[in-house]
Design a protein around this ligand. Structure first.
Ligand code: PLP
Length: 448
């Protein structure tokens, strides 16, 4: 494959953009593929190479790159009518009505412009509601580029994970290993009265795709109730993807107090949202006194794209299609892994998937009876249970360098585009086909 155009564009980009990119994950080795256009489940790069695309914009593109006529028409009409006004429009009410109708815990919303803005606003709201400062996040969880959640460390020994963030931010952020109920109980015993909220992704989607163990979210719910803290589900990735329109909270049957959304809810345009019970959301200004505002919030083009995307998903077989292809991929990958790399683990659910290059299969092979063949579900009776990553430390232990430097490159050479690293989820879209899945499995067979 020739990558001369991408190389030379990156050369230019390095002179005028920090690291040559506008979001750090895009700076793939040795240089990024510059995309010229999308086509269904594929992207075509600046050199004319075609790839099956599983980056899918890092999650927003539920429908793939060919958006249906009605989404295109809505976007074009909104743009033609003047893109935004700084005044309310009907379309933002309609999208809010749609979301509140489908997501179990959400009665009311505030739209913002990104996932980061959503989690910032949710944390502020939780602190204001409880009169407490501390928040709890999961190690390896990601909630955007915000000061309060860019932390590293364990329990109450945390420090900012980036220069430029005062230590005092990290002092208010406690961390837990995902899926460790005992650690959660102990943290609450020590700090429960200071904790404003637990903020967690329902499934860790930025650290290898880690599925919750049975009862984990229920334990967090119970602890938050007992100690008067709020439970915030960050559904920026899982929202309108896992569990379909009810989101992951509906699938897992656990109701958070607040939910953050972004990605799919904007149909491929910039968006974010905080949702929850009315008495909580109404504390945002101007209904309440917790300041929240934004020039572009509820942008009509994003609202229209999100609304028409979700309506399309509601009226068509979108979730059946993406989830079936997801199952096919994960089952096919399980067979390949059992044959060629039994220490690796296939993870994911619905339309999320990944092979984590774990180093230990716990002595079990993926082809044993009763293993989770469509991706790890953390079932204690699965022969691979002990080897299945339970938290970020387990994922970090994987062969991440092999993944980045060898495997991803080889997949790219075979025409399959994966995210930059071992940690980020891969996504199936409505535009992917059976043929794409077959081609992808062949590529994995070669590259693993
Ligand atoms: N929360 C989660 C779970 C995410 O995956 C992301 C981004 O990938 C964010 C928050 C931040 O969203 P954004 O990049 O739109 O600011």
């Amino acid at each position: 494959m020739n990558h001369e155009q991408s190389r030379s564009l990156y050369d230019r980009a390095l002179s005028v953009l920090a690291g040559g990119v506008n979001s750090s994950v895009r700076a793939t080795q040795p240089y990024p593929v510059f995309v010229e256009r999308g086509d269904g489940g594929h992207v075509i790069d600046a050199d004319g190479n075609r790839y099956v695309d599983y980056v899918m914009g890092y999650g927003p593109l539920l429908l793939g790159h060919d958006v249906p006529e009605r989404v295109q028409a809505a976007v074009q009409q909104r743009t033609a009518e003047g893109p935004m006004y700084g005044a309310p429009t009907e379309v933002e009410v309609e999208l809010a009505e749609f979301v509140t109708r489908h997501v179990p815990s959400v009665e009311m919303l505030r739209f913002v412009n990104s996932g980061t803005e959503a989690t910032v606003s949710a944390v502020r709201l939780a602190r204001a509601t409880t009169g407490r400062d501390k928040i709890v996040v999961m190690q390896g969880g990601y909630h955007g580029a915000q000061e309060s959640t860019l932390v590293e460390g364990e329990g109450d020994h945390t420090a900012p994970s980036s220069p430029g963030i005062p230590d005092s931010f990290a002092e208010h952020t406690l961390t837990l290993p995902f899926n460790d109920e005992q650690a959660a109980r102990e943290l609450f015993e020590e700090h429960g009265d200071e904790i404003a909220a637990v903020l967690t992704e329902p499934i860790l989607g930025n650290y290898g795709i880690v599925h919750p163990v049975e009862g984990y979210h229920e334990t967090l719910r119970e602890l938050c109730d007992d100690y008067g803290s709020l439970l915030i589900f960050d559904e920026v990735i899982t929202g309108f993807r896992v569990g379909g329109l009810q989101c992951a909270q509906g699938k897992f049957g656990v109701e958070p107090d607040l939910t953050t959304f972004a990605k799919i809810v904007g149909g491929g345009f910039p968006v974010g949202a905080v949702g929850g019970r009315s008495e909580l959301i109404e504390q945002f200004t101007p209904a309440g006194d917790v300041f929240q505002s934004g020039t572009f919030s509820g942008h009509p083009v994003s609202m229209a794209a999100g609304l028409e995307t979700l309506r399309f998903a509601a009226e068509n077989d979108v979730y059946d299609h993406v989830n079936e292809l997801g199952d096919e991929l994960r089952s096919g990958l399980s067979d390949i892994v059992a044959d060629q790399a039994p220490e690796y683990t296939v993870v994911g659910t619905d339309s999320m998937f990944k092979v984590i290059f774990t180093r230990d299969s716990g002595g079990a092979r993926g082809d044993e009876d009763d293993h989770c063949e469509a991706g790890c579900r953390q079932r204690p009776e699965c022969p691979r249970y002990d080897a299945c990553p339970k938290n970020a430390a387990d994922v970090k232990n994987a062969e991440t360098q092999r993944w980045v430097r060898l495997f991803r490159q080889q997949m790219k050479d075979q025409g399959v585009l994966l995210p930059a690293n071992q940690f980020e989820s891969q996504f199936v879209s409505y535009a992917h086909t059976e043929e794409d899945i077959e081609e992808t499995l062949e590529a994995y067979k070669e590259a693993l």
